[in-house]
Design a protein around this ligand. Structure first.
Ligand code: COA
Length: 260
């Protein structure tokens, strides 16, 4: 598949999706959101892909937010549709993928950029990264899940302060808040993320997908996460991966999961 605003490449079972609008600091316009949806969907359906890494092109930005030039003259209905469509196509979509997604935050992750990083299953940042939700400085609020996922990740008080002040935090602060799992030098970011992906990719992809569903259930209103865990745990017993994992252990050999 060819894209205008992103790059997607698979190597050694890891698909790297790179947002490629560096002259606009990788801001998310409508076309980029659609292309990201298509690329994530393709990678999730690709049996050869075990882990997805999302990053931004250039040394300056992961994503500097939703493309302000596209929505500056929107009315109330259009604003509602913008948020709903974006959440459905990209942000909720990524969070609920069964393939693990790591955000490699290589610079500014602002507004929709931080919201995209927060939709990933976890985040690694380079030392130069700066993160924030500056929407109230534009007279609007985060609309791609930021008011929900930021408090889930760093707690209500810190999230309220970040949203109300519209200020950016640096990579070290993001690490101390638990917003990113690791901080690396910029040139170490992708090798480090690929190393973590390497630790993930030989495990059962079916079990990992089930674990994502169970963990996410904790954050869904009206859903009992413990019940979902029981269902997902039980389903694993019917998979070829479970048969392979347990027999390999008992035979003292390395498991070779079929991913089914
Ligand atoms: N939407 C659209 N265009 C954006 C953008 C966004 N969110 N963020 C950056 N750009 C564009 C700029 O308009 C500029 O384009 P131009 O060269 O055609 O004028 C280009 O990217 C480079 O940005 P610039 O502002 O010149 O870089 P900088 O280094 O001076 O500042 C930032 C970097 C990130 C501090 C600044 O770009 C910024 O504040 N961006 C908006 C962040 C934001 O509010 N995001 C939330 C949106 S809801």
């Amino acid at each position: 598949m060819s894209y205008n605003n992103i790059l997607s490449a698979t190597e050694d079972h890891i698909t790297t999706i790179t947002i490629n609008r560096p002259s606009k600091l990788n801001a998310l316009n409508r076309e980029t959101i659609q292309e990201l949806h298509d690329a994530f969907e393709a990678a999730d359906h690709d049996k050869n892909t075990k882990v997805i890494i999302i990053t931004g092109n250039g040394e300056k930005a992961f994503v500097a937010g939703a493309d302000i030039s596209e929505f500056a003259d929107f009315n109330v209905d259009e604003g509602g549709m913008l948020a709903a469509r974006g959440q459905q196509l990209l942000f909720d979509f990524v969070e609920n993928l069964s393939t693990p997604v790591i955000a490699a935050v290589n610079g500014f992750a602002l507004g929709g950029g931080l919201e995209l990083a927060m939709s990933a299953h976890f985040r690694v940042a380079s030392e130069n990264a700066k993160m924030g939700l500056p929407e109230v400085s534009l007279g609007v609020i985060p609309g791609y899940g930021g008011t929900q996922r930021l408090p889930q990740l760093i707690g209500k008080g810190r999230a309220m302060e970040m949203i109300m002040t519209a200020r950016m935090i640096d990579a070290g602060t993001a690490w101390s808040y638990g917003l990113v799992n690791h901080v690396t030098a910029l040139d170490e970011l992708m090798p480090f993320c690929k190393q973590i992906a390497g630790n993930i990719k030989n495990n059962s992809s079916v079990a990992i997908g089930a674990a994502i569903k169970a963990v996410n259930a904790n954050y869904k209103d009206g859903v009992n996460g413990f019940e979902i865990e029981i269902q997902q745990f039980a389903n694993c017993f019917g998979t070829s991966d479970f048969k392979e994992g347990t027999s390999a252990f008992l035979a003292k050999r390395k498991a070779d999961f079929p991913g089914e």
